[in-house]
Design a protein around this ligand. Sequence first.
Ligand code: FES
Length: 292
Amino acid sequence: MVEEAKEKTSTESNTSSEEKKVAHPITQVQVTQQKPQVSAAVPPRAVVSPAPRPTPTVAAPATRPPPPQMVGRRNFVKALVTIAAVLSIVPFVPWGSFLSSSVGNAGSYKRQKVVIDAKSVYGAAAGQVVNVNDLNTFPPDSHWVITYPSSGDATLDAQNPDTFVKYELIRLPAGALGGDTKNASAFVAFSKVCVHLWCSPNYNPDPAHQQYECPCHGSIYEVPEGLAKYGPAAQQDAPTNAIPMLTLTADPNGDLNVEIPLWDVEHNGVLGYGRDYLSYRNYIKPAALGGS
Ligand code: FES
């Protein structure tokens, strides 16, 4: 009996001990299983929270004022456009009607002997009164610059940079154009102000050219009438497509003179603007143009 009781007690004791061993792992499993459940609940919060962000970032640029440097760039572009617009109308404004004040008052315009500006590049012709009979000093197919109205001093005239008082004096090529004849019709005097955008053309005596050429945009005026035949000046409507010019005569001694100009488009033209070359033909008829 005693042994049965011990055995029973031992069995109960073992049973109790096994139950404890079994119960303990279960408890551990339950604990370890609960941890993933807790952590699994966190991700949904992270997914939901970024959603509202796009709304403010999209709306912001629409109401944001342009940066200062962009405003400055816009003003710069506007200034360029304005300057371009002003330059585009320059050839079409009758500047000459009031520019005469910049080249002297009305009293400055008088009959005047033609004197070559005193520049060394002109050699023997520098500072000399032009005589139509002098084919050595003033040979055909040659050109010089003169000043009208003159200060009376060819050296001072040569230092005057105002192109609105400068003229290209050309002795025409010999032959058909009559540069070897001994009268005023052998010469023409074109304004040094191009009717396009006021650059200064030059006579090109090369036999393949013999024309008045502007270096800026390629306008070319034919000689002796001064009508633009190529380049932007030739694209302009009359009378803004012909270069203004002086009227020349020779006195009994053969000295060349500038007659008092009529500054309108039907006569000598408007400086920097143009001249009606057909009207000028009727106004003055050099021999080279069929006059007497
Ligand atoms: S200024 Fe433009 S062609 Fe003379």
